[in-house]
Design a protein around this ligand. Sequence first.
Ligand code: MN
Length: 500
Amino acid sequence: MHGMSSRVLAILGCCTAALTPAMGQRGPASTAAPSSLSAASAAGAVPRISNDEFARRRAALAASLPGDGVVLAIGESEPEKDYLNFFQSSNFFYLTGVREPDAILLGVRKSDSTRWTLFVQPREPSREVWTGRRVGPDSAEVTWGVPGRAASALAAALDSLFPLGMTTLSLVADQGIPTRPTAADQFVSAFKAKYPTATIKNASGAVLKLRAYKTDAELALIKRATAITVQAHRDAARTVTANGYEYEVQAELERVFRKNGADRPSFASIVGSGPNATTLHYNANNRQMKAGEMVVVDIGASFDGYAADMTRSYPVTGVFSTEQKAIYQLVRDAQSAAERQAKAGRPARGMSDSASAVLAAGLARLGLIEAPDATYDCSADGKSQCRQLSLFYMHGLGHGIGLEVHDPDRYSYDDRTLQPGSVFTIEPGIYVRENVLDILPKSPRNAQLIEKLRAAVSRYRNIGVRIEDDYIVTANGLEWITKSPREIAEIEAVMRKTRM
Ligand SMILES: [Mn+2]
């Protein structure tokens, strides 16, 4: 996410790093949160992940590796620009609980036992004036449960391992994109240059697998994030008014996030009214809402690093029109159908298939598509066919949530079987973009289709509806953790009440 880590390079002995104090805000893991929420699940002691749990995660990672070797997990580095917030790499945090920048975890596995060391930045009182107190190597063990050493000692530690027998480095690091290499990418090049005979294996996948199923402590954090998000929706609904601005809704809901101890929004808040309701990731949030429009509010609080993700769609006036009701009920029915398929031991695909079937049948009934299975030419030569459903429902049904809002547990993209501990969203939607027919490839078949659908598209144009909730798969069913009003009558009642 950030640029090269000069410190990581320096500790490999490849270059000199200038330790310029950076004036950034640095915060430890939240240890207290005001309980101003009324929901029971959001009040009470702040959940915490114990050092024992972090130790179990490291042990599980070591056990998943093929044999003896060295495992190295690289934390995120200090932001290059002053004043930017520091966000720890999710995989690194998952293994260590460390929220300080420029930390590295080293594990040496020999005959089924693994010795772990955390290499961290030293205490440096003159620098701490700017960045706040650091834990430092001496307090690492008492704080994180792993013996600490100064980050500057890592090069010597690697020298003692690789020239003398160890040949495999299993690396846990965030992957970069070609134009923006991460600290890890820099590390890999430097490492290869220094130890050309060693093999580097990517162990990030093994961590992602562990992250897919949540422990009770993680579930407690996720539930706190969802409780805050539910509260934010409730309070922000009152700011949805004709002639109000999208950013007023955003301001209110993000106020509720922070007021209740959330770290930040887990993604850019989406408040999309009118035509913006049909843009999936719209987040400029600067338009004036007009009577008669829908507004899609897709938001999530992050609590101690764990994300919620929840969408409600409101009629700006507080009352649904006939057309808005028709689209809304269809989306809601699709969500219910998916929920009924969400049970431990069932294939995850059943949720997507059932939601799509409901949406396709409903769109056909409304005349927005010709028939549930109807297709159109998605290439001008007619050789490629796409479902008409995808003109109005163009995203997946949902995704895992956890340390990231799109957590690795991507149940909808494979043939996984649902298992207890899986946490994910179900978020069907319908988006009638005004120009949907104008952007179809030009073909005789499409021309005929456009004529057929034009009246219905005109009737429902600019209606965008997404309903998104978060769930935990349990041994006996499905737990709905963003429980809050979502039926048509309930939404109208909430909006009436908040206006009085
Ligand atoms: Mn989502």
